[in-house]
Design a protein around this ligand. Structure first.
Ligand SMILES: Nc1nc2c(ncn2[C@@H]2O[C@H](COP(=O)(O)OP(=O)(O)OP(=O)(O)O)[C@@H](O)[C@H]2O)c(=O)[nH]1
Ligand SMILES: [Mg+2]
Length: 223
């Protein structure tokens, strides 16, 4: 199913259900032009690599069953525009809609890697500002099949992810379906973890600690 971005709010509402075994995950694809955002999206949705993708902005819905749990993915793929990567009403809307972000660069395009590094900071700042739960982000170095033209090393990608608490994958949308699957499933796992962390009453560990302290004190008092 393909929806227009103007349907985004409605889509989020209709996909939210009480069924605990079903999870909704809204993902926004971001990165500079030509890095393979659409190729990765289409690969995940259809298992195919078709080569040329055009400039259509779409929100796709895709239901998958992972270990007996149904995941309803909403994937918002838009062609690169400067506006999308900077603070703007369009970006604001995506920020509110998204549970997770796939930030894509090409391993043959250093500028696209630099753009991803900036995007991570921008997303984190926007989420912190809005007070929403921690952003789940996966950084993807695409076009791994073009390793002879590589200008960004795997280590650089891994280090960026490590220092910014993001997941990291190097993949080839052109040559490998499995790697692409891992990106989306891995991100869904992160979103689930972030949600359950947000649900836990704040400071539960603190409460346990202070209870233990009280009991420990009682024991010493009675000696
Ligand atoms: N060799 C190779 N080419 C790829 C790969 N992924 C995408 N491409 C090619 O790179 C070009 C751009 O891919 P798109 O998916 O359209 O890139 P995009 O990020 O969606 O670009 P915009 O929508 O313009 O922002 C196309 O010609 C794809 O065929 C890959 O893994 N390997
Ligand atoms: Mg595209």
């Amino acid at each position: 199913m393909v929806l227009k971005p103007s349907d985004a709010a409605e889509f989020t509402t209709t996909m939210t259900g009480p069924n605990a075994l079903k999870m909704d995950v809204n993902i926004v694809m971001l990165g500079t032009d030509n890095v393979g955002k659409s190729a990765l999206t289409v690969r995940f949705l259809t298992r195919r690599f078709i080569g040329e993708y055009g400039d259509i902005e779409s929100i796709y819905s895709h239901n998958v069953n992972v270990d007996g749990r149904e995941i309803a993915f909403g994937i918002w793929d838009s062609p690169y525009s400067q506006e999308r990567l900077s603070e703007s009403p369009a970006q604001e809307k995506q920020m509110q809609w998204a549970d997770g972000f796939v930030l894509v660069y090409s391993i043959c395009d250093r500028a696209s890697f630099n753009a991803v590094a900036k995007l991570v900071q921008r997303i984190k700042a926007a989420r912190a500002c809005a007070g929403t739960e921690k952003a789940s982000i996966v950084i993807v170095g695409n076009k791994r099949d073009l390793h002879h033209r590589r200008t960004v090393t795997s280590e650089e990608g891994r280090l960026l992810a490590l220092t910014t608490d993001c997941q990291f994958y190097e993949v080839s949308a052109a040559e490998n379906y499995h790697g692409v699957l891992m990106v989306f499933h891995g991100l869904a796992d992160r979103v689930r973890e972030a949600r359950s962390a947000a649900k836990k009453p704040a400071g539960i560990k603190g409460i346990v600690k202070s209870m233990s302290a009280v009991f420990a004190r009682k024991r010493t008092d009675s000696l």
